[in-house]
Design a protein around this ligand. Structure first.
Ligand SMILES: *Cc1c(COP(=O)(O)O)cnc(C)c1O
Length: 410
């Protein structure tokens, strides 16, 4: 029995093979590399019950992760995240309450910790010293944290409208961080152009092969949590798409292992109307997306005008029988308020977008009432701006203005 059953890396288009024991970026064709595993041996040697008996954290899946030596793990306690029913938030009559997979519980308050825990562990094990990343905030915060823990240098490039708290948490965790007067793709170009000069290893989404392996654990975890009976539909707030591609990869691996069986969940990519390149490409039947101009949305994590893995996202949506849906910032804000007020769960704007999309899909007849639905809340709501509180009370004349609760609205 091996700790990891990873065997090699493979180009996501050409299928040519690469050495998994060396630090790798993109394939020769400039496409993402994907980790491959000896699933036949794993199927013979390990049973799913054994994994289910281990402590519930990310590393219980070590056979399906690339790290060969447990001593090389860089960890901040990557817990299994709970599924929480939205029992009280509005839903169409007769529908089951959707479940939220609450990724806010992870270190650094977002699911970026999954990807960066694995990617930083691998980068360190394979000899990288200086990590650089273009980031809308959460990825930089996670990279800074894991790099600090690993004793590596971290350099983060953020669009200047990145949520303030992200910039501060990155800086407090020892990374160098800059506000860049451009979008995430401009930040990516800066990393690209500084690489050779400053000796950076590029940790951009899908430009190194292991963030996706870490994010894949969302799909693995969901399977174990639902007693290997996956939900019918999964709504995922899609930026670079690592999580969506990762979950689809996870379920393909679990299917090959015989640990789950079809039908697999339908995947729904949720974007904001102010930045919806995947939705546009999906609806036009295209195999790849074109860059979105003037991207704008309060959901910073999904403000990604062009994704390197666009073709993999579109493939996963179509193979799963899913679809792509864009929601407005006002629908996102209303959703965030509803779920906070009714169910006591403070979602990130990206997480709120999945609930808004769920309501829209249900109203549009794209869901069955009997569907088991999972929504992803990818970060803590506490990391984002919140409405100011203006109500004041005078201790000398209390209750003068009356006492009332916020109205639930509709
Ligand atoms: C990064 C991020 C996303 C998008 O995730 P991808 O897997 O890169 O598409 C969504 N929500 C939040 C809060 C994020 O930080």
């Amino acid at each position: 029995m091996r700790y990891s059953y990873a065997t090699h890396l493979e180009c996501s288009v050409g299928h040519d093979r690469y050495d998994i024991r060396k630090l790798q970026g993109l394939s020769a064709a400039g496409k993402p590399l994907l980790a491959r595993y000896d699933l036949e041996a794993l199927r013979r040697e390990v049973r799913r019950e054994e994994i289910a008996r281990r402590p519930p954290n990310l590393w219980r899946w070590h056979e399906l992760l690339p790290l060969e030596d447990p001593a090389r793990i860089v960890s901040l306690g990557e817990v299994e995240t709970p599924l929480i029913a939205l029992s009280h938030s509005p839903r169409p009559a007769g529908f089951r309450p959707p479940m939220v997979k609450d990724e806010a519980r992870l270190p650094t308050g977002s699911f970026k910790a999954r990807g960066l825990a694995v990617a930083v562990s691998m980068a360190k094990a394979l000899g990288a010293r200086r990590l650089a990343i273009p980031t809308n905030g959460n990825a930089g915060a996670a990279m800074a944290a894991y790099a600090a823990r690993a004793g590596l240098e971290a350099f983060c490039f953020c669009p200047d409208d990145t949520p303030e708290i992200n910039l501060s948490e990155i800086a407090l965790q020892g990374a160098a961080v800059w506000r860049v007067n451009g979008l995430i793709n401009d930040c990516a170009r800066l990393v690209e152009s500084g690489k050779a000069k400053f000796g950076w290893f590029d940790m951009s989404t899908l430009k190194e092969p292991y963030r996706i392996e870490g994010k894949k654990t969302m799909g693995l975890e969901l399977a174990a949590q639902t007693d290997w009976q996956l939900p019918d539909v999964v709504f995922y707030p899609t930026g670079g798409g690592t999580g969506l591609i990762g979950m689809w990869k996870a379920w393909a691996e679990l299917t090959a292992l015989g640990w789950i069986s079809p039908p697999l969940p339908r995947l729904v990519a949720v974007q904001a109307t102010g930045c919806a390149p995947i939705v546009r490409a999906f609806e036009s039947g295209a195999r790849a997306a074109t860059a979105w101009e003037n991207a704008r949305t309060i959901a910073a994590g999904i403000r990604v005008p062009a994704a390197l893995g666009d073709f993999l996202i579109l493939e996963a949506l179509r193979e799963s029988g899913g679809f792509a849906l864009a929601v407005s910032d006002s629908a996102i804000e209303a959703a965030r308020q509803q779920v906070g007020l009714r169910d006591g769960l403070l979602l990130s704007p990206e997480g709120a977008a999945t609930y808004a999309a769920y309501l829209e899909a249900a109203a549009g007849g794209r869901l069955r009432a009997s569907d088991h639905v999972v929504l992803f809340n990818c970060a803590s709501g506490l990391k984002y701006p919140m409405p100011a509180v203006t109500a004041r009370m005078d201790v000398r004349a209390p209750f003068a203005a009356g006492i009332s609760l916020p109205s639930p609205g509709s």
